[in-house]
Design a protein around this ligand. Structure first.
Ligand SMILES: [Zn+2]
Length: 228
């Protein structure tokens, strides 16, 4: 029976399972409250993030893409952003905003400039407490995210599967460490790649990326019983 299968699913998926009715090919019908997704556009204000080869600050790209994803996810989810304009938000404040309303998922949006000089459409980061000893970090991260590490990893790997050659990095990201729900950090393209910088802030590029990510997240939530 399906119930037995659902009981074995991680907590994230159980929350989703209890929030929707799925019938045949018809769209999902939200029941009670919609699952809450927190979207976190990285950097902002005095913190510009990386600067692309053609001079675009990462903070602006993060915000444009986050808004585009939010507008699409709004159809099935309640969505809150940690910032909705160009101002500085500390990591602690992002955690507080994120945790306040018991979200089902936290997604931090960034553009790549660190992981690799190779051009990749997407890299995904998940918090890993265990790696903290191996990597130099000033983070005093607690273990709040550790209890969700399995769920975050499962989600990251599902997204990675849909993105060709998308690597999943397990790192002690300070922004993810104190988030009280499954959390992932997405890094799009590479601001140091001439090829990736070509259409970086174009409306079409932002919309294409937002459509793809929204589609993956929708499908992940809506078709969880098929995915697992
Ligand atoms: Zn960043």
């Amino acid at each position: 029976m399906k119930v037995k299968k659902i009981q074995k699913l991680p907590k994230l998926l159980l929350i989703v399972a209890s929030s929707f009715i799925i019938s045949g090919n018809s769209p999902i019908t939200p029941v009670n409250s919609r699952p809450l997704i927190i979207i976190d556009p990285g950097h902002g204000g005095k913190d510009k993030g990386a600067i692309s080869l053609n001079g675009i600050p990462e903070k602006d790209l993060n915000l444009m893409l986050a808004i585009a994803i939010k507008n699409r996810l709004n159809k099935y989810f309640k969505v809150i952003m940690t910032r909705n304009s160009d101002y500085f938000v500390s990591n602690i404040s992002r955690s507080i905003i994120g945790n306040k309303q018991k979200p089902s998922l936290f997604i931090s949006i960034h553009y790549n400039s660190l992981f690799s000089m190779k051009s990749k459409e997407l890299s995904i980061g998940v918090y890993s407490y265990r790696m903290q000893k191996d990597i130099k970090t000033t983070s005093t991260a607690g273990s709040m995210q550790e209890k969700y590490s399995q769920e975050s990893k499962i989600l990251a790997e599902k997204i990675a599967k849909k993105y060709k050659d998308c690597p999943v990095y397990r790192m002690p990201y300070s922004i993810l460490s104190n988030i009280d729900c499954p959390a992932i950090l997405l890094e799009f393209k590479n601001l140091k790649s001439p090829k990736d910088c070509l259409n970086l802030a174009s409306r079409q590029d932002i919309e294409n990326t937002a459509n793809k990510i929204t589609d993956i997240i929708n499908k992940f939530f809506l078709n969880f019983s098929l995915v697992f």
